[in-house]
Structures are given as C-alpha cells and as structure tokens.
Write a protein that binds this ligand. Structure first.
Ligand code: FAD
Ligand code: NAD
Length: 473
C-alpha cells in the first residue's frame, strides 16, 4: 500500500534498469517521441559499463601493456630494451579504469537527457505489473506506465561452499582491487574467469584455474580454445580441469582453496584471493517480480520473439531473458522493443549474435560451428586460413596461433558460421556478423577487396581457400 503523501509519476514507457538493455530502450523510446521514464538504482550503464565489459577490457589492456614492457627487459624485443622491469601500481590502473567508466556513465546520462528521458534514481519495487514505487533520495515516488520494459539484468552466482566475501571475490571486487593478489585461485574457467585470470597472470599474480568441465571455455570448440590453453600454460597458469572447489580452509600455510580434482583426490591451493566466476543468474529478487504475474522459463523471464512477456504490455530484455548474456544482445532487444511500442513491425530474429572472448589470444564465434552445423543435419564445408600466412599478423607479432575458420553450406555456398582465434580478432566480429546477416556466399567474401595489410585478409583468404583457390597458401 502507498501513503497519501507519495508523489505519482505517469509515463507511456517505464524502463527498469539502466544497463545496455534498459538505457538503449529508453534512448530509442525517447527518440521516437514516447514519454519515457528510466529507473536505475545504481549508476547509469549497468553491469556492462560499471562492473563488466568496460572495466574488464580496461584492465586487460593495462595487463597487456605491462606484460609487453616486461618482455623488453634485458636483451629486449623488437629492438626495444628496458634496463629495469616496469612497476605496476594497480590502484593507479584502477583509477584510470574508473575514469573511463565515469566518462561513459556520464555520456549515457547526457544521451538520455538529449532523448528527453526522465531518469529516476532509486530502487523500483512493483506492486502490480504496471505500477512501481521508487525509493529515491527524496522519498518514495509511485510510477505508473502503459508499457513496462524490465531490464534488471543479472548478478554473479555464488557457490554455496564459497560465499562471496573476505578473500572470495566476485568479478565486481576483482575489478577494483588496489593490490595485486600474489596467488589468485580462479573458480570457473569460463568467460570471466579466463579474461580476468589471464589479465592477473600478465600483471604478475600466480594464477590457478579450477574448472568443473574437462576443458576451459566449454562453450567454444577445442580448436578455438587450444591456443588459449597453450598461452595459459606458457604463462604459468595452472589448470585443474574436471575439478570442483569444495571451500576455503585455514591451515599452517594460511588460507587455501580446497579442490576436488578430476581423479577424486583433494588438494589445497594456498591463495591470497579466490575469484569465483561460475556463471550469472537473472536478477529477479527484491523488486516485486512475483507480484507481476509474469511467467518464467528455465529461471529466466519468458519472452516471445518480440520480447513480450506473458503480461500484456510488459516486456523483458537482456540478461533477464536468458542466454546469450551479452551486452549487444541486450541493446538490440531494447532498441527493438522501443520501436515495437512506437508501432514499428519488428521481431528479434538475428542471423547471428557474435560472441567474443577477450582472452590471450581472443576468440570470436558468429553463427554455427562445424559441429553445430552437422548436429542440425546441414551438409557443410569447412576450412580455415592461418594467421601465419598473413603479413599484418606477423607485423603484430601475432602469427603463431591464429586463424579464421569458415563454415558454409555445400549446396549454395552460403556462409553459416565464422570463427576466429588470434590477436585483435574481436575487431573482425562486426564484419563476420554483417556477412551472416546479409546472407553472404563464399563468392561474396572472396569478391570483396580487403585492405592490405590487415587481419581482415585472413577472412578473405579463408573464403578463397574454401573455394579451392587460396592465393597466399
Ligand atoms: P545489466 O547491465 O545487468 O543492468 C541492469 C541494471 O538494472 C543495473 O544497473 C541494476 O542496478 C538495475 N536494476 C536492477 N534491478 C533494479 C530495480 N529494482 N530498480 C532499479 N534498478 C534496478 N558482455 C559483452 O557483451 N561483452 C563483454 O565483454 C562482457 N564482459 C563482461 C565482463 C564482466 C566481468 C561481466 C560481469 C559481464 C560482462 N558482460 C559482457 C555481460 C554484460 O555485462 C551483460 O550481458 C549486460 O550488462 C546485460 O545488460 P542488461 O541491460 O540486461 O543488464
Ligand atoms: P561462464 O558461464 O562463462 O563460465 C562459468 C564456468 O564455470 C563454466 O566453464 C563452468 O563449467 C564453470 N563452473 C560451474 N560451476 C563450477 C564449479 N562448481 N567449479 C568449477 N567450475 C565451475 O560464466 P562467467 O564467466 O561467470 O560469465 C557470466 C556471463 O557473463 C557469461 O556467460 C557471459 O554471458 C558474460 N560475459 C561475457 C563476456 C564477453 O562477452 N567477453 C565476458 C565476461 C562475461
């Protein structure tokens, strides 16, 4: 129930959550002339901008620079020699990262203002599907809207035996440390564990990864993850695969992570910090979701291909509605929902959603892998072109393990999947996604002049090779 003194705000569109799903939905709704209110309890930008994509990539960049400088100590590399090893001031690196986050969060606020979106700061709690109370600094506000877009995102899953707190960090704390942990144990060899684990290894931590599956990054195939595994081994990262974290224990050698290994034995991993990254779950607690009468599917909010929930004019987007839990998917859904509310005919049916893992080397996957194509009964042809035969890769000192792999239908040579591993391949993901979205055939890729010297030429050559006429191999 609400008190008489509470103020009421009405809007055509209410967006809950200011992450890449919610803020993009609100900007687009505002651009389309819809009277829009966005509620955000924390800072604008959500997980991605404040404690996810952007801060992690900033620290990965710092780690890469630090590692490269370290490799120049002594005899040097590329003719560059440093007399003394570089020193890392992690607190200063974190301040640099925070500066980028501040700038981008301020940019989101400015874009929302420009689109005439009213931003309410505070935690929204729903009393029914179209009404929420926002607990802001100036007291409670009741917000009612014709359309509600739920974009409350996700949160890290804690392991029961390893609750967050003290030495057990989630990605949020790991991105804001002021001192480097000397020994870091990472539980979960997925996206976050390996992106951040690799960065900490480059910065000088002794890193051990405990992964439950028999290999790292199980959502990518082994051909793509093998170069990452080799890099981790070279960098001195210990991998315990098929292993499980049992909890923390304090002994004579200090605090340690207790791990059940693949052979059923138990080991202790002394650690100054444990980064637990075993997945994320939709944020559905504490804001009255249960009062809304909206259906769930597999723990997520159930939506159709227009992001409509089971309740009329209640929409849900982003991490809340399931895999892939990626920022660009959230934004694409947010943009679409705003346009549907404004009367456009849209549905969410992308040919592909690119996935990028910012490990060493980077991995990109767009569309179907060879095994996914065969599981779907598609008669596919597959080939790849190595970075070792590309001039740009060699000038970037990245020729060793990278490649671009193409999957195409045998009958009409339509491209149905593109994967790549190698330095900077994240920057090729847009070209890959465009090719799939435009329904490119191998001849289209082969017939497109790619600038020299660039890594994009590897994509061009992969198409030529699949057509049986590579030029540089
Ligand atoms: P979120 O970004 O989670 O935003 C939800 C917002 O809702 C939050 O700001 C929260 O405060 C607010 N909120 C929730 N409930 C309420 C309420 N009741 N009232 C008011 N406000 C509320 N994805 C990529 O694509 N690329 C990457 O490189 C990448 N790196 C990542 C690295 C890390 C360490 C992490 C943790 C995630 C990463 N992700 C990455 C995933 C990406 O961050 C998410 O997919 C994305 O943020 C989801 O966007 P969203 O809008 O659905 O939700
Ligand atoms: P994840 O699903 O990528 O990886 C979790 C890993 O933990 C898996 O490999 C799983 O097998 C393992 N695991 C689960 N339980 C375990 C246990 N008890 N012991 C040991 N290992 C265990 O999850 P994440 O790394 O937490 O990332 C969450 C999500 O955030 C990702 O799925 C992705 O959607 C998003 N993300 C994306 C990017 C990117 O796009 N570059 C980067 C970071 C995060």
């Amino acid at each position: 129930m609400t008190g008489r003194s509470e103020k009421t705000v009405t809007a055509k569109v209410l967006v809950v959550g200011g992450g890449p799903g919610g803020y993009v939905a609100a900007i687009r709704a505002g651009q389309l002339g819809l009277d829009t209110v966005l509620v955000e309890a924390d800072r604008l930008g959500g997980t991605c901008l404040i404690r996810g994509c952007i801060p992690s990539k900033a620290l990965i960049h710092v780690a890469g620079r630090f590692e490269a400088m370290g490799q120049s100590v002594g005899d040097g590399r590329f003719g560059i020699a440093l007399d003394t090893p570089p020193r890392l001031d992690l607190a200063a690196a974190v301040r640099w990262k925070d500066g980028i986050v501040d700038r981008l969060s301020g940019g989101v606020a400015a874009l929302l203002r420009k689109a005439k979106v009213r931003v309410l700061r505070g935690w929204a709690v729903f009393s029914d599907a179209k009404t929420c109370t926002v607990q802001g600094s100036e007291g409670p506000l009741i917000v009612r809207a014709e359309h509600v877009i739920l974009a409350t995102g996700s949160e890290p899953v804690p392991l029961p035996a390893l609750p967050f707190g003290g030495p057990v960090l989630s990605s949020t704390e790991a991105l804001s440390l002021d001192r480097l942990p000397r020994r870091l144990a990472v539980v979960g060899g997925g996206y976050i564990g390996l992106e951040l684990g690799s960065a900490f290894a480059k910065m000088g931590s002794t890193v051990t990864v405990v992964e439950a599956q028999p290999r790292i990054l199980p959502l990518y195939d082994a051909a793509l993850t093998d170069p990452v595994r080799r890099w981790l081994e070279r960098a001195g990262v210990t991998l315990h695969l098929g292993a499980r974290a049992l909890g923390m224990e304090v002994g004579g050698d200090g605090q340690a992570l207790v791990v059940q290994t693949a052979d059923g034995g138990t080991i202790r991993l002394p650690a100054d910090a444990v980064l637990s990254t075993v997945g994320r779950r939709p944020r559905l607690e504490g804001w009255g979701f249960e009062t809304m009468g909206v259906d769930r599917r597999g723990g997520f909010v159930a939506v159709d291909d227009q992001c409509r929930t089971s309740m009329r004019n209640v929409w849900a987007i982003g991490d809340l509605v399931g895999e892939p839990m990626l920022a660009h998917k959230a934004s694409a859904q947010g943009e679409m929902v705003a346009e549907i509310i404004a009367g456009h005919r849209r549905r969410f049916a992308p040919a592909a959603i690119p996935a990028v893992c910012f490990t060493e080397p980077e991995i990109v996957s767009v569309g179907l892998s060879p095994s996914e194509a065969s599981a779907q009964g598609i008669d596919a042809i597959v080939d790849q072109f190595p970075f070792a035969a590309n001039g740009r890769a060699l000038t970037l000192d990245a020729g060793e393990s990278g490649f671009v792999r193409l999957v195409a239908r045998r009958d009409d040579r339509r491209v149905i999947g593109i994967q790549a591993v190698g330095a900077h391949v994240s920057e090729l993901s847009g070209e890959f996604a465009l090719a799939l979205e435009m329904g490119a055939e191998l001849e289209d890729v082969a017939g497109t002049i790619h600038a020299h010297p660039t890594l994009g030429e590897v994509f061009h050559e992969a198409a030529l090779r699949l057509l049986g006429r590579p030029l540089h191999l």
